[in-house]
Design a protein. Structure first.
Length: 410
């Protein structure tokens, strides 16, 4: 995905203290959203109606979910409530992923409400008057031929897994003729009678219980988040979608929940002083070279007044100057080089990360007038997030011509 061909001696530099809790929270939120997209990419790279497959859907996913998490965090903090009640903040150095009420699709089709019953083995369910296709369609305003994609996050042996299954509301009999609309989704033997030829059946449980369908996918396990996306193909071959935001079963998360204060504390730990870095008292020792004169920073004989950093609102990306004033910019893939500039930047710590995750990439050159990242190879569909002093400065999105269609029901 990325190859930082050369690094300088600052490869181990770390910021001792992030500026504020708010900045740390912002970094945590961004990581949570990026990790959620990675886990759900199989469907979320084409699940937003009106947005082309791939990059546009990815950016829409990130925008919607980051906005949701910011608003929820602000509301709960203002009320003095714990943020752990709706999702787990993930410390920056953690490789864990856990679910929250993720927005996974958006469109104009009817939305199906999903719930989770924590008293029955944490199964997900959708309401319906009976077990027939006709009642399910009438209850939710669907059409015969609509595709329902079931999504669950299930906890198995302490880990979270994303699972998918799909049915098409157009069942057929064994002889290939169209089945009547009264055909049961689940028959008297508890079997799911849809043929496999047009469906991806990945249910470990799909049963009718009184007035709703229970479902668990894949290899089983407690359902901690669930949702259903409705898809419909139009006459021109395009696809419509429904809105879907995963419902969260907090009881299923259990002790995995983490308070904001604990997450911030653990995230600060990622910025502890590295005893091996050149920042440890400026490498005092026999190999050091220094002045024999007393110099007072900011004044006195030979004193230096560095001044406040000033950042230019443009960056040179792949050799072309572009405005970064809005915080986001695009460039043709692969993104191989990024140069930033300004004044009094000698003590500013610059880093970059692909998609905001993974190891920090340090500049290949850096002085008071700017910093340059070279030897990169950021491919289409990925972002390069550039930071200064641990704060997100701007994001470069690597663009490429879109390829063929791909959809939930293909």
């Amino acid at each position: 995905m990325v190859n930082n061909a050369t690094t300088n001696g600052a490869s181990s530099r770390r910021v001792k203290n992030p500026k504020t809790n708010a900045q740390t929270v912002q970094r945590i939120l961004m990581k949570v959203v990026v990790m959620a997209y990675v886990m759900l990419k199989d469907i979320c790279n084409h699940s937003f109606e009106g947005f082309s497959n791939g990059l546009q859907c990815m950016n829409k996913f990130k925008k919607l979910n980051l906005k949701y998490l910011r608003e929820r965090a602000s509301t709960l903090q203002a009320l003095g409530q714990s943020l752990s009640q709706f999702f787990q903040f993930i410390p920056l150095q953690s490789e864990k992923w856990s679910p929250y009420a993720i927005i996974i699709s958006q469109g104009h089709l009817p939305e199906i409400d999903v719930a989770i019953d924590a008293t029955q083995g944490h199964v997900a369910y959708v309401n319906s008057p009976s077990r027939s296709y006709a009642d399910l369609i009438n209850t939710w305003g669907l059409q015969r031929g609509d595709q329902l994609t079931f999504v669950t996050v299930q906890k198995r042996q302490g880990k979270y897994e994303v699972n998918y299954a799909r049915i098409v509301l157009n069942p057929r009999n064994a002889d290939g003729s169209g089945a009547p609309m009264s055909t049961e989704i689940v028959n008297s033997e508890g079997e799911f009678p849809c043929s496999n030829w047009k469906n991806r059946l990945n249910f470990s449980t799909f049963e009718f219980d009184t007035d709703h369908f229970n479902f668990v996918l894949g290899r089983g396990g407690d359902v901690v988040a669930a949702g259903i996306i409705v898809s419909r193909k139009d006459k021109s071959g395009g696809w419509f979608r429904s809105n879907c935001q995963l419902v969260l079963n907090e009881a299923g998360l259990g002790s995995d929940l983490c308070s904001l204060s604990k997450a911030v504390e653990m995230s600060y730990a990622a910025y502890d002083i590295d005893m091996e870095s050149e920042f440890y008292l400026n490498n005092a020792g026999t190999s050091g070279t220094g002045s024999t004169e007393d110099v007072t920073p900011g004044g006195g004989s030979g004193g230096v007044t560095p001044g406040e950093p000033s950042y230019n609102t443009s960056a040179t990306i792949n050799g072309v100057s572009q405005s970064i004033a809005g915080g986001n910019v695009t460039a043709t893939a692969p993104v191989t080089s990024v140069a930033v500039s300004g004044t009094n930047l000698g003590d500013v710590v610059f880093t970059a990360k692909v998609d905001g995750t993974g190891d920090a990439i340090n500049p290949t050159s850096h002085d008071a007038n700017g910093a340059s990242f070279t030897g990169l190879n950021v491919e289409a569909g990925h972002n390069l997030v550039v930071y200064h002093d641990g704060t997100v400065w701007f994001t470069v999105t690597a663009m490429a011509p879109s390829s063929g269609d791909f959809d939930v029901g293909s």
